[in-house]
Design a protein around this ligand. Structure first.
Ligand code: ADP
Length: 269
């Protein structure tokens, strides 16, 4: 079965994260075998991104969400390693600035949506406005509870305007998060990743898991699907995310544009 079917949150399905695997399994012998497959996939992605850019008809928006240390940065680094940096924009959404906060919650998001020909990656996204905002009551419930529908309608608008949307929840276990936090404290090359909020937010693990279950249940749509990616093993996570992106781009049946008649003279030897 393809990753896109195996890991898809079926629209309308009520998600319980306990039912979703965070380890992952595939017909892969070991890490070396995974690296071999990944090399082919990054090459394929490089090619597909070139056609996306040349054809200039579609945009691709990739949304990455996950608990702290789930591997959002690592996924971007590995999966997009072959892609021409000119064709790809990464936007990391942090606590809204005063200007962002003075607008509606989708203002800063819409502004970062990739134009046709480009791949845009969101490291965190509009979904923070029904995650951290919900868990910590940053706005009243009557405001955030409307946001699921608002997000669905916004995403529909985008897909009707040539944006393909893929949303990935990087699913790690609570033990794996602890392991990664410990590594960050023990490895001098990872000290910079330690954040004061890691320990305090971990106390809200269950609340975040529930908030994820609600958004995965309400916002996985045919036009903008959510995928729950088993992310304890980094190599599995990367293979799965790359596989789903490649399949979605192949489904667009893109082509390099035909020869431009006006340039024909220059091209003749
Ligand atoms: P990251 O963890 O993504 O590497 P940071 O450590 O700077 O980067 O974390 C970004 C922080 O911004 C997170 O705690 C996240 O919950 C917060 N954030 C993002 N969007 C919003 C939002 N709309 N409202 C409040 N906080 C937000």
């Amino acid at each position: 079965m393809k990753f896109s079917e195996q890991l898809l949150v079926k629209p309308g399905h009520k998600v319980r994260l306990e039912d979703f695997d965070s380890e992952g399994s595939a017909h892969v012998r070991d890490k070396d075998h995974a690296a071999e497959i990944m090399k082919k996939r990054t090459g394929r992605l490089e090619h597909l991104q070139q056609v996306l850019y040349a054809e200039n008809k579609h945009a691709l928006l990739i949304i990455l969400q996950g608990m702290d240390a789930a591997g959002k940065d690592g996924t971007i680094r590995h999966v997009m390693s072959g892609v021409n940096p000119q064709g790809c924009d990464v936007t990391s959404f942090k606590v809204p600035t005063p200007i962002e906060a003075s607008h509606d919650f989708l203002w800063r998001i819409h502004n970062a949506v990739p134009p046709r020909g480009m791949i845009g990656i969101f490291n965190r996204s509009q979904y923070e406005d029904v995650l951290v905002v919900r868990v910590h009551n940053l706005v009243p419930k009557k405001i955030w509870e409307k946001r699921y529908d608002q997000i669905n309608e916004f995403e529909e608008l985008l897909t009707e305007n040539s944006v393909t949307i893929l949303k990935f929840f990087l699913h790690i276990s609570k033990d794996e998060q602890q392991k990664r936090f410990t590594e960050r404290h023990e490895d001098p090359r990872k000290y910079w990743k330690v954040s004061a909020s890691d320990a305090s937010e971990r106390k809200y693990w269950d609340d975040y898991q529930r908030a994820y279950e609600v958004l995965l249940s309400k916002c996985s749509k045919k036009h903008a699907p959510w995928f729950v990616i088993p992310a304890n093993k980094k190599w599995f996570r990367d293979l799965a995310v790359a596989g789903i992106i490649i399949e979605a781009l192949e489904n667009l049946k893109m082509k390099f544009p035909a020869h431009v008649a006006d340039g024909a003279e220059v091209g003749k030897s």
